[in-house]
Design a protein. Structure first.
Ligand code: 6R9
Length: 662
């Protein structure tokens, strides 16, 4: 493996804009600067204090047991029920009438407000229904649903009875569903007839039927009626299929939650590795809930009585787990849950939702921000977005230009932007500015949150000096850390803990797989996966750096850069660029203009060998660009597995364009 950071990150580190927290927000912030000191002085004491945010049936004996490292146990001996913490305790505290979820379906006016009391009723019924179907403590349940309230209810019902869930993104294929079910041996699947996407009902149930031909693990299928679409002659099997409204509708709303061990498995979330089959990342109960509750409160400065929070992630992504379901609900928040796509029925849909519901805290991904940027300022400009007070970003590095646009155009120049770095594996946000404390720098996740230790190290695991780059690591265990890879302890140790093993002076470091730089102040800039690093004539270049340079050109909305094998230079830079709407086709000299721009911003070495203007980029559901596929095209190979793409047809368009241009 090469050190990703030996070249100076010229253009990113020249970024010198700073945005101090608004005075009012700073004065009333949930978390102030002293939290860092307190947490450093006594990390375990700090996390014990955060665990006290939750309601425990039995208090823990020991905060952290790291004696079998890297297998961690947090809050040992403690007993807790996650669903009770997310629902019942708010009702018991007299907040039953408070709205938990403002659900917004994709078809206009298809909305539902669900209070905490109603949520409790539904979760209890679903828990009873699952028990009646034979789901016991420790059994796994697969959830394959659109963004409807039942998805939240299903997850919480599983948590309530101690049955770990595995949520599979509704857009994934029958194959992906079957392999996940097979790997974790889920015996029940919760799905729907279909869901709405871009104005049409798209079927889900047939994929479950197909999955049943590929795995024999599925005993029962619980089906929510969402679209009412025809399931066809063969689309229903009385031996396995049960309607949700029958099973849940007829179940009792009374259910006493059982307290489980703090380390009881809460869920398995599959995430793709660089090689091999997807890894089932295991999260457990007490530490995870502590981590997501604390970070949601600290990073979004949640004021549960007045804030309206909205995270646009899908529930099938870890962001949906931690920052739609467990974090916000543990904190008693009121939030928006939206079923559809950002541009349906029109490109103002998101901004109308913010205006109509008075959203104050908004959390989305850079890919969405850039696609709105492409459409120009007019569309968001025609809505009243003045309720917003904090904007969040997650999923990939946010280019400085996108950050500034987000802050200025969506946030009216008032709102801090919290760029949150974390992973499926970390469970909760690890690095982020704190909105009432940090003067944010566009493009930087800044530093670890209180209670978390991160560093940037060289190949030998030594901390690099300010101004240099290397590998991002986590230096000590944290409560919401993954506990293992489901069914594969060796892969857990090998993937995350063997790259920087313990030395005489320190314990092993968690290897995140991302490259990062420290700037002159020691603030951290994440550069993306270490496999996104190119080597051009012996110079190491980060894809993020060149992409940022391209996006800083006024005609560019979005860019993806890959390193393609090159006979002369080892690798060469190939860039795929989406232009902003107002730039039209960019004019006859657009390719030269962009190439000169990269040369000016970074240097001649970064000048792309080829720049392709494309209509779209291949992305996963969580908005990550699949550079692997672009590399296939750039190197003239057949395009590899597109199973996890949000829209597979995009690759045909890009490959056709490439063929035409070479
Ligand atoms: C939450 C989530 C994790 C990977 C991570 C990194 C990238 C996420 C980022 C970011 C730069 C940020 N990533 N947030 N890179 N700045 N604020 O995205 O989880 O899907 O597991 O992806 O995403 O490369 O390693 P997951």
């Amino acid at each position: 493996m090469t050190d990703p950071g030996s070249e100076p990150l010229a253009n990113l580190l020249r970024e010198d804009r700073r945005f101090a927290p608004p005075a009012g927000l700073a004065a009333s912030a949930n978390v102030k600067a002293d939290a860092y000191r307190a947490a450093t002085a006594d990390r375990e004491g700090f996390w014990a204090k955060q665990a006290d945010r939750l309601t425990w049936a039995k208090r823990w004996d020991k905060v952290l047991d790291w004696s079998d490292a890297p297998f961690a146990k947090w809050f040992t001996g403690g007993r807790i029920n996650a669903a009770y913490n997310c629902v019942d305790r708010h009702v018991e505290a007299g907040r039953g009438d408070k709205v938990a979820i403002h659900w917004v379906g994709e078809p206009l006016d298809d909305t539902r407000d669900i209070t905490y009391a109603q949520l409790q009723d539904e979760v209890c019924r679903a828990a009873n229904a699952l028990t009646a179907l034979g789901v016991g403590t420790g059994d796994r349940v697969a959830i394959y649903l659109p963004m409807i309230p039942e998805a939240v209810v299903a997850m919480l019902a599983c948590a309530r009875i101690g049955a770990p869930h595995t949520v599979v993104f509704g857009g994934f294929s029958a194959d992906a569903l079957a392999s996940r079910i097979e790997d974790c041996r889920a015996k029940v699947v919760i799905t729907a007839d279909g869901g709405y996407r871009r104005g049409t009902a798209s079927a889900l149930k047939p994929a479950v039927d197909e999955a049943r031909t590929k795995t024999d693990k599925i005993e029962k299928v619980l089906v929510v009626r969402r679209t009412g679409q025809d399931l066809g002659e063969d689309g229903w099997d009385d031996a396995t299929d049960i309607w949700w409204h029958d099973a849940v509708g007829s179940a009792s709303p009374d259910h006493i939650p059982e307290a489980f061990d703090a380390e009881h498995p809460l869920y398995v979330m599959y995430t793709s590795g660089t090689t091999g089959t997807p890894k089932g990342i295991l999260h457990t109960t007490g530490g995870y809930l502590t981590g997501v509750s604390y970070t949601h409160d600290a990073v979004f400065d949640l004021k549960p009585d007045t804030d309206v929070y909205w995270c646009t992630a899908d529930i099938g992504w870890v962001t949906g787990h931690s920052y739609i379901v467990y974090g916000p609900l543990a904190n008693g928040a009121t939030q928006v849950l939206y079923e559809g796509t950002p541009d349906s029925p029109d490109p103002g849909r998101w901004w109308r939702i913010i205006q109509d519901y008075g959203v104050t805290l908004f959390y989305t991904a850079p890919t969405a921000i850039r696609s709105f940027m492409k459409q120009g300022d007019e569309i968001p400009g025609s809505f009243d977005l003045s309720s917003l007070r904090i904007l969040g970003s997650v999923g990939e590095p946010i280019n400085p230009e996108a950050y500034v646009w987000y802050r200025e155009v969506i946030g009216g120049g008032r709102t801090p932007v919290v760029d949150t770095w974390w992973q499926t594996e970390t469970g909760a946000v690890m690095m982020s500015p704190l909105p009432g404390v940090t003067a944010g720098k566009p493009g930087s996740a800044m530093s670890a949150i209180p209670g978390v230790g991160v560093d940037v190290v060289d190949d030998g695991g030594r901390s690099v000096p300010n101004g240099s780059g290397g590998y991002l690591v986590v230096t000590s265990p944290w409560p919401s850390m993954l506990r293992t890879v489901w069914g594969d302890d060796d892969r857990y140790v090998e993937t995350y803990w063997s790259r920087f093993p313990a030395t005489g002076e320190r314990g092993a470091y968690y290897f995140a797989g991302d490259g990062a730089k420290k700037d002159a102040d020691g603030d951290i800039w994440v550069l993306g996966r270490v496999d996104d690093v190119m080597n051009v004539s012996g110079h190491r270049l980060s894809t993020t750096e060149i992409e940022s340079a391209l996006v800083s050109h006024p005609k560019v909305a979005e860019a993806a850069v890959v390193g393609a094998t090159d006979a002369d230079t080892g690798q060469a830079v190939v860039a795929y660029v989406i232009l902003r709407n107002e730039a039209g086709d960019g004019g006859p000299l657009i390719v030269k203009e962009l190439s000169d721009h990269v040369r000016k911003e970074i240097g001649p070495i970064a000048k792309p060998r080829q720049i392709m203007i494309v209509p779209e980029l291949p992305k996963t559901r969580s908005g990550k660009i699949m550079r692997r596929l672009l590399r296939d095209v750039a190197e003239g190979r057949a395009v590899g597995d597109t199973q996890t793409l949000a829209d597979a047809s995009i690759m045909d368009l890009i490959a056709a364009g490439q063929a035409a241009s070479t």
